[in-house]
Design a protein around this ligand. Structure first.
Ligand code: GUN
Ligand code: ZN
Length: 431
C-alpha cells in the first residue's frame, strides 16, 4: 500500500532570499506538483511529470490554487487570544488593563487547554502551521499548548513567560522558580516530536536583574535553545528600562549584562534601536521579529525592515497576537507592506511571502525543517485561493504575472483565502 500523496496546483517556493536576489529567488510553476511521503516532501516539479513517474500516488488536485509553505508566526502570545482587539491603550497600560488579568486565568489548566485548542484552530484556518509563542507564568499554560500541538503533529516553539516584578500578585514567579520551572519544562517538552522549548523572559521591566541572570545561566546550560523576549517597542517603555537599569548602556545591554544576548536570541519589535544596539545585534547574529499589526495597533512605531535586513540581520514576521490585531499572516504581510511604505520602501510580494515562510524559519533556526517546498522538508503546506472574494477576484483577473495575482490576496485576503492546510502531510479538517 502506498503512502504517497501528490498535490497538484500552482506551486511557489524559494531557493534563496528575495532580499538578496529579488523575485528570481522564487520558483513558480503554473502546473506544479509536490510529492509527499511519511510527512515529508520528497519531490517537486512539473505536475504531469510527477504524476507519470508516481502512478501509485494518491492525487489531491487543488486546481488553480497556489501551493506554498505554511506560514510561520515567529512571535505570538496564545494566552491573549480571547482579548485580541482590546481598545484604546498603549503598551504599559494595555498590559496592565487587558493582558495581565487575562493571563491570570491560565492558572486553571482547563481554561489553558480551551484557549490552546481555540488558538491552534484559529491559526491553522489562517494558514499558519508553525508558531513561536509566549505562554504565561504558569507551567500548565506551557503543557496545554505543547500537548495540543503534539496531538496535532504540529511544529511548535514555546516557553513559560517569566516575570518577577511589575506584574500583579498571582502573575509573578521568582528568579529561582523561573529557573526551576523552565528547566523542568525543557526536560518535559524540548525535542519531543516537533516541539521546542524557548527560554522566555517577558521583557526587562518585568524581571529583576536576578531573574534575568538566572535565565542567562539556564541558557548557558542549554545553548542549543532559543531565547525570546521584547526589545525597544515603545519610547515610554525604553525610558522605564533605563530607569530600572541605571548602569546599562541601553535596552539591549540589560539583556547582554545577564547573558541573554546571542545568535539564538529572538528580539521582538526592535523598533527604536540605538546605533550600538544595531551593531551588537548584527555582530552576534541575533534575530529580530517584526510585528507590524501590533506596532500600528498599540501605536509603537515603524520598524526599519530595509535598514536592518541590509545589515545582515535575520528578520522574522509575526502577528504578536493579541497586541497584534489579527491571527492572519496575510493581514500581517499587508501591514508589513504598509509600514515599509511609510518608511519609503515598497516590499515586493516575493519578499512578503518569503518573510512569512522561509524568513521566519531562518529567524527561528528551523529552516532545515520547514519554510520552503524543498525535498526533505516537513510537508507543512497551504493552498491559497487567489480569488477568494469578489473584490480580490476582480483584481487578480487583471494580473499579468504571479506577483500581480498574489498581491491582492496579500493585501485584502483573510482566512477565506486559505483553501487547504497540510501539517506533516496530513490535511487539516476545515472548521
Ligand atoms: N512587551 C511585554 N509584554 C508584551 C506583550 O505581551 N505584548 C507586546 N506587544 N509587548 C509586550
Ligand atoms: Zn509580544
Amino acid at each position: 500500500m502506498s503512502h504517497d500523496t501528490l498535490l497538484l496546483g500552482q506551486t511557489l517556493s524559494f531557493d534563496g532570499s528575495p532580499f538578496d536576489s529579488g523575485p528570481a529567488a522564487a520558483t513558480h510553476r503554473t502546473h506544479g506538483g509536490i510529492l509527499i511521503r511519511d510527512g515529508r516532501i520528497v519531490d517537486t516539479g512539473d505536475g504531469a511529470t510527477l504524476r507519470a513517474r508516481n502512478p501509485q500516488a494518491r492525487i489531491d488536485d487543488q486546481g488553480a490554487a497556489l501551493l506554498c509553505a505554511g506560514f510561520i508566526d515567529a512571535h505570538a502570545h496564545y494566552p491573549q487570544t480571547a482579548m485580541i482587539a482590546s481598545w484604546g491603550k498603549r503598551l504599559i497600560d494595555w498590559l496592565n488593563t487587558y493582558t495581565f488579568p487575562e493571563e491570570m486565568r491560565f492558572e486553571d489548566p482547563d481554561y489553558a487547554a480551551e484557549i490552546a485548542a481555540r488558538y491552534l484552530d484559529l491559526t491553522a484556518s489562517n494558514g499558519t502551521t508553525t508558531i513561536c509563542s509566549y505562554c504565561t507564568i504558569h507551567p500548565t499554560s506551557v503543557d496545554a499548548l505543547m500537548g495540543a500541538a503534539q496531538a496535532r503533529g504540529q511544529r511548535l516553539l514555546a516557553g513559560k513567560t517569566c516575570m518577577d516584578r511589575n506584574a500583579p500578585e498571582g502573575l509573578r514567579d521568582t528568579a529561582q522558580s523561573a529557573y526551576d520551572d523552565s528547566k523542568s519544562l525543557i526536560a518535559r517538552w524540548h525535542g519531543k516530536d516537533r516541539l521546542s522549548y524557548v527560554i522566555t523572559p517577558r521583557f526587562s521591566p518585568t524581571s529583576t536583574p536576578g531573574q534575568l541572570a538566572a535565565l542567562g545561566t539556564l541558557w548557558a546550560e542549554h545553548p542549543d535553545l532559543l531565547m525570546q523576549t521584547h526589545l525597544s517597542e515603545q519610547t515610554d517603555e525604553i525610558a522605564w528600562v533605563k530607569a530600572l537599569y541605571p548602569t546599562a548602556r541601553d535596552y539591549l545591554d540589560t539583556y547582554e549584562m545577564h547573558g541573554l544576548l546571542g545568535a539564538g536570541g529572538l528580539y521582538g519589535h526592535a523598533i527604536h534601536l540605538e546605533p550600538r544596539e544595531k551593531d551588537r545585534l548584527a555582530e552576534v547574529g541575533a534575530a529580530l521579529v517584526h510585528c507590524p499589526t501590533s506596532n500600528t495597533f498599540i501605536g509603537s512605531g515603524l520598524f526599519d525592515m530595509a535598514g536592518l535586513v541590509a545589515r545582515g540581520l535575520r528578520v522574522g514576521l509575526a502577528t504578536d497576537t493579541g497586541g497584534g490585531s489579527s491571527f492572519s499572516m496575510l493581514r500581517t504581510m499587508a501591514a508589513a507592506y504598509e509600514i515599509a511604505q511609510l518608511r519609503g520602501t515598497a516590499l515586493h510580494p516575493s519578499q512578503l511571502i518569503w518573510l512569512a515562510t522561509a524568513g521566519s524559519a531562518q529567524a527561528l533556526g528551523i529552516d532545515r525543517h520547514v519554510g520552503t517546498l524543498a525535498p526533505g522538508k516537513e510537508a507543512d503546506i497551504i493552498a491559497l485561493d487567489l480569488a477568494s472574494t469578489p473584490a480580490i477576484a476582480q483584481r487578480a483577473a487583471r494580473a499579468e504575472d504571479l506577483w500581480e495575482a498574489l498581491f491582492p490576496t496579500i493585501m485584502m485576503g483573510d482566512d477565506r483565502a486559505i483553501k487547504a492546510v497540510w501539517i506533516a502531510g496530513q490535511a487539516m479538517p476545515r472548521s
